[in-house]
Design a protein around this ligand. Structure first.
Ligand code: HGY
Ligand code: MN
Ligand code: MN
Ligand code: MN
Length: 428
């Protein structure tokens, strides 16, 4: 019964730290930016090379591998009661431009290593264990975060939207997927949706991407909730003109409208009344992008989040109002205001939290209950399965930049807690 988990302290869990580090370093070489920076964007050649690498490791771990229509990769270890709902674990291996080699990767390579560790320990799963590499967690290519897990969790709107989604080079999602060998047979993506109850539980191992665990010297984070992310695309249009000859009263500068909105994002976030509200403008493109030409177009993309959904939605509303006010004041056209995603937060499942706490304690590892301010595929898996996340410390909390780093002993601890948690959930 799930309200307590079998003590599995008899299992001797031996993590092959050297081979795990070698895999992390090898996977990082599949990158469109020179090391130590990693860039691996959905359906590019480097992404396809990374996928091949992961499928090979899943095969070597004795997992049976399958891929769905958009390239979510599943590696299954059949339990002795294979008809029961399986226990899932996994993360992503796509990497935003000029980022690091641990974000997401730790939860995919670490999950495969956790399987190897349990096999070496002679563990026999009752519920099958399934490692998932989600097809793309980062919003880089199509602006859609957690695209793979969002679709798995059954988003009809996304299914339809993907029929008419293009990247910045005007390549359609379907053509990009086909170029990577997916959606070959037909454009029907409904097969991707997971049946409810497909997993009895889902656990993701991830670096904290924040400084708390390292600062407090605590080796394991047990995530209780994942913050609510939202992203917005905004376009302003003015008449542009000659940067020298047009006098100021006659200008309606789209670039300055965007700059003012960016500062308005910061203002609304800081005025929210909580340190938990965050926001930034990560993309700001000006047209025609010439030093002596008044920008006639400005495109900006905003990321704002909060642990509290209502507070986050209030900030989104205020940003929209500011965009309208700024456009009027500066006599530019607000030619686009698209809320790309405005997701609710997710709560971890109390039983899975208990299993992660018990596993950490059995391994004599101190742990801290904490919220994830970054989003993850677990945010969407929580919609179709009880969810849990295990954090390990990362150097100064650095992430989404080449200095991202997790120490070998932290990787080993994370894999051990994941392995023991999966074992407990498999027997529950
Ligand atoms: O942006 C995020 O929160 C995630 O790391 N992609
Ligand atoms: Mn029992
Ligand atoms: Mn990330
Ligand atoms: Mn991640």
């Amino acid at each position: 019964n799930p309200d307590h988990y079998h003590s599995l302290s008899s299992l001797s869990l031996l993590v092959d730290s050297l081979s795990l580090q070698k895999q992390i370093d090898e996977l990082a070489t599949f990158s469109d930016s020179p090391l130590p920076a990693v860039t691996r964007v959905l359906y590019t050649d480097m992404d396809v090379a990374g996928r091949r690498y992961i499928k090979n490791l899943m095969g070597l771990a004795g997992l049976s591998v399958r891929e769905d229509a958009i390239g979510n990769i599943f590696g299954r270890w059949d339990g002795y009661e294979p008809e029961l709902a399986a226990v899932g674990t996994g993360s992503h291996t796509d990497a935003i431009p000029y980022s690091g080699k641990y974000d997401g990767v730790v939860g995919v390579l670490g999950a495969i290593e956790a399987i190897n560790v349990l096999k070496k320990a002679g563990f026999k799963p009752k519920r099958s264990l399934e490692v998932i590499m989600f097809t793309s967690e980062e919003p880089t290519r199509f602006g859609i975060s957690c695209l793979g897990s969002r679709l798995l969790a059954g988003s009809e709107t996304l299914e339809k939207a993907l029929m008419n989604t293009f990247d910045s080079q005007n390549v359609s999602f379907l053509d990009a997927a086909k170029s990577a060998g997916y959606t070959r047979d037909n454009d029907d993506l409904s097969s991707v949706l997971l049946k409810n109850g497909f997993y009895s539980g889902f656990v993701e191992l991830h670096i904290e991407q924040g400084p708390i665990l390292e600062a407090e010297g605590i080796p394991i984070g047990v995530v209780t909730a994942i913050a609510a992310p939202a992203s917005i695309k905004v376009d302003f249009e003015g008449v542009g003109g000659h940067a020298g000859a047009a006098l100021m009263p006659s200008r309606n500068d789209a670039g300055l409208a965007a700059a003012e909105l960016a500062l308005a994002v910061e203002k609304h976030v800081l005025d929210s009344g909580s340190i938990d509200t965050v926001g930034t403008v990560g993309i700001l493109d000006l047209h025609p992008r010439a030093v002596n030409s008044i920008p006639s177009k400005a495109h900006l993309e905003i990321d704002t989040r909060d642990i509290n959904e209502t507070r986050r939605n209030e900030v989104v509303e205020k940003i929209h109002q500011s965009a309208i006010d700024i456009a009027k004041k500066r006599r530019v056209k607000l030619s686009g205001f698209e809320i790309v995603n405005q997701d609710p937060p997710a709560l971890a499942d109390s039983n899975i939290i208990k299993a992660m706490e018990a596993s950490s304690s059995e391994l004599n590892l101190n742990y801290k209950l904490m919220v994830s301010r970054a989003y993850h595929d677990s945010l969407f898996m929580a919609r179709v399965s009880p969810m849990g996340m295990i954090f390990i410390p990362c150097y100064k909390g650095y992430s989404h930049k080449p200095e991202e780093y997790a120490a070998p002993e932290d990787l080993v601890n994370g894999v051990k807690v994941l392995a023991l948690t999966l074992a407990k959930l498999s027997l529950s």
